[in-house]
Design a protein around this ligand. Structure first.
Ligand code: IVH
Length: 678
């Protein structure tokens, strides 16, 4: 090629293909009305990639192929939001909602009815999109509201986000706020896939979405079905550059305008003319909740009129003109089929409820946690009982009550096992604790759980070795303990069900890489009682090498500030056990050689007391506390003058005020994660 006819032909074809693909993305992801079949789409996409490679001079930063990324990033840059990203005040009842409206009346000094824009509160991850001259320039997470993380490369892979705004009247600067989210069905499918592949599943769609956006390798989010809903502007009319097409006189118009730019806007939104309509809208949305393809955790009511919004302004980093009316935790009635007892890594035996499958919050629930033996008594639970299960926010469903009035009389008493359900060894009751445990060190359940822990994300992170695969290796007699993993050859695996040459080779490579993981990861992976992530780090930092740890005596251990007698004894006891010593020796023979740790350095939270308050979005409370401790800090429970740092989540309430009064530094979860180096 090269003649001017083919040159202009190529150019035209490039433009045509780019337009077609953009339209197809929009039709599929925004309008929910596919315009091409998968095969047609793929064919055009391939042709476009080929043409772009031959005609680099017709490069276009807005091309749909630019979604698919190249290199892996080393970290995320911080991004300062053009205007702070606010959060919403919450109400939980009609009465509270009424009080919010009364407060508006007082503030505006009028009692006229006003219209509201009603929207679902999407349970996703807030994401800001900055368009300059119509082109997507930056996508950033919320962070502490002032600064977030620049996740542009990852956000470009989201097909419902147009790289170029539609129409020809894009303002010089458009800052869009919205929510990235993953549909319930996509979440269920992807989680199943992750489990198949031996990866750890995610607790809920939001965690999966947040986890995907924070991947340094953009190929990962590119393959995850992240979607987007826009619902607000980041720069108001008085912000520099926000003039032009973006100025609108109401929230309803804003949503229309965003749609015209090709952005997906929050669905199910509507305008109600007066306060009385809001409660009805709430009831409607609540009734629709389960049927919606994505998770919502409430309704957002926004004063529709932009001028009124302006007058109402913001207070405490929340707009006065909007409020989130949260939904109650979701409950469903079902029946307890049986109690299943499972044996954990350290032998603790815990009950789990097997339920008659029931739809709850849009997903099928067939089991629920029962915590421990005491919980059975507290609930007065019998097998076959009609029960109510609840799923609040992100937690695993739990049985909250027995509907005694609905009992048939055929319910059976639950028998707490006297012997281990797996190896039949008589159980022990642990003094002072509610648990029962299997004391058999060689119990197959304990060993398989130990293998899972050994290979887990925080342990040696052996990808491809999840719950199913460890059980399979055990069942096939290929491994009797973690040391045997390092002797596996691809040909051992190939004959097993669902394993092929490629997956076998991959796993053996993964195991090979695990031989030299950092010492603290190795120590954690061993699963020594009392030694969590933090304890492992302390041991690694103090003794630097595995030999150093092995040689440590009681006195040595107790010299460490953070190590008490319980942990010291647990460590000594574990290493003194012949079976453990033998396992370690076999690991070393097989080339296991953990990377030595740097001598104790100042952690990110060295010497700081950190308090968490409100809801955390990506971490559980205990994970967050563990991080603080692993990085040298202390997690406190109440705010005082000795507190150094407060991590605020939504719904922080009184503690936020207290922190402000005491002048204690406050940050949000994303900033916390950033400081924790996560
Ligand atoms: S408006 C000016 N609308 O809820 C207020 N937020 O705590 C900006 N959210 O951080 C938010 N759905 O991530 C708004 N329809 C919706 C929303 C929504 C979900 C999230 C958003 C925000 C949080 C509020």
């Amino acid at each position: 090629m090269g003649g001017s006819a083919s040159r202009s032909q190529a150019r035209r074809r490039l433009e045509e293909l780019r337009r077609e693909i953009r339209e197809a993305d929009h039709a599929y992801y925004v309008l929910d009305r596919p315009s091409l079949t998968d095969a047609q789409y793929d064919e055009r996409y391939r042709e476009l990639t080929r043409l772009e490679a031959s005609w680099p001079e017709f490069d276009d930063p807005g091309s749909p192929t630019r979604r698919v990324p190249g290199a892996v990033a080393e970290g995320f840059e911080s991004f300062e939001h053009p205007t702070p990203m606010l959060s919403l005040n919450n109400v939980t009842s009609e009465e509270d909602f009424g009080e919010w409206v009364d407060a508006l009346d007082r503030f505006l000094k009028d009692e006229e009815e006003r219209a509201y824009s009603i929207e679902p509160k999407i349970d996703g991850v807030s994401l800001e999109l900055v368009y300059r001259d119509g082109l997507l320039e930056t996508a950033a997470t919320r962070g502490d509201g002032f600064r977030g993380e620049d996740v542009t490369t990852n956000a470009r892979t989201i097909r419902s986000i147009p790289p170029r705004l539609h129409g020809d009247d894009a303002p010089p600067l458009l800052v869009v706020r919205g929510e990235a989210y993953i549909r319930k069905s996509d979440f269920e499918q992807l989680n199943r896939q992750l489990e198949e592949d031996g990866a750890e599943p995610f607790a809920n769609p939001r965690n999966l979405c947040a986890g995907s956006l924070r991947q340094l390798d953009p190929a990962i989010p590119a393959n995850r079905p992240i979607r987007y809903f826009a619902y607000a502007l980041g720069a108001r009319a008085d912000a520099p550059g926000a003039e032009g097409g973006a100025v609108v006189d109401s929230q309803t118009r804003l949503l229309e305008r965003l749609r015209a730019f090709g952005l997906p806007t929050v669905s199910e939104s509507r305008r109600v003319e007066e306060r009385a309509g809001v409660a009805a809208a709430y009831a409607d949305l609540l009734a629709k909740r389960d049927a919606l393809p994505y998770e919502i955790d409430g309704m957002v009511a926004k004063v529709d009129d932009a001028e009124l919004q302006e007058r109402l302004g913001t207070r405490n980093r929340s707009p006065r003109w909007a409020v989130a009316w949260k939904f109650p935790p979701q409950r469903a009635a079902t029946r307890l089929l049986r109690v299943v007892w499972s044996v954990g890594r350290t032998g603790t035996i815990t009950p789990r409820a097997d339920l008659e499958p029931v739809r709850l919050a849009g997903v099928t629930v067939s089991s629920a946690t029962l915590h421990n033996v005491d919980e059975l008594g507290r609930l007065g639970l019998r097998e076959g009982d009609p029960v109510v299960v609840e799923r609040a926010g992100d937690v695993i469903p739990r049985v909250v009550e027995v509907e005694e009035a609905k009992r048939s009389g055929s319910e059976r008493e639950i028998v707490v096992p006297e012997t281990c359900p797996v190896c039949d060894t008589p159980v022990e009751r642990v003094e002072g604790r509610v648990a029962i445990r299997c004391p058999n060190f060689a119990c197959p359940a304990q060993i398989v759980r130990h293998l899972q822990h050994f290979a887990s994300r925080l342990g040696l992170d052996i990808r491809g070795l999840g719950e199913k695969q460890t059980q399979q290796l055990w069942d096939a007699g290929l491994v009797k303990d973690a040391a045997d993993l390092f002797r596996l050859r691809p040909e051992d695996l190939e004959g097993l069900e669902r394993w092929g040459a490629k997956s076998a080779k991959n796993l053996v490579e993964q195991i090979d890489q695990a031989r030299t993981r950092p010492l603290h990861r190795f120590l954690y992976a061993l699963g020594i009682p009392e030694v969590g992530e933090r304890g492992a780090k302390i041991l690694a930092r103090t003794f630097s090498t595995l030999d150093g740890v092995l040689e440590a005596d009681r006195e040595h251990l107790l010299e460490i500030d953070e190590v008490g007698e319980t942990m010291a004894d647990a460590v000594l006891h574990w290493f003194a056990d012949e079976r453990n010593a033998d396992m370690l020796a076999r690991m070393r023979e097989a080339g296991v050689d953990p990377e030595p740790a740097e001598a104790a350095g100042a952690g990110a939270f060295e010497g700081l007391t950190v308090v968490f308050t409100g809801k955390l979005e990506t971490l559980s409370r205990s994970e967050a506390k563990e991080r603080v401790e692993a990085l040298g800090g202390r997690a406190g429970s109440s705010i005082s003058s000795r507190t150094d740092l407060v991590v605020l989540g939504p719904g922080a309430g009184g503690k936020q005020k207290k922190a402000e009064e005491l002048g204690v530094e406050t940050i949000d979860e994303e900033e916390f994660l950033r400081r924790a180096g996560a």
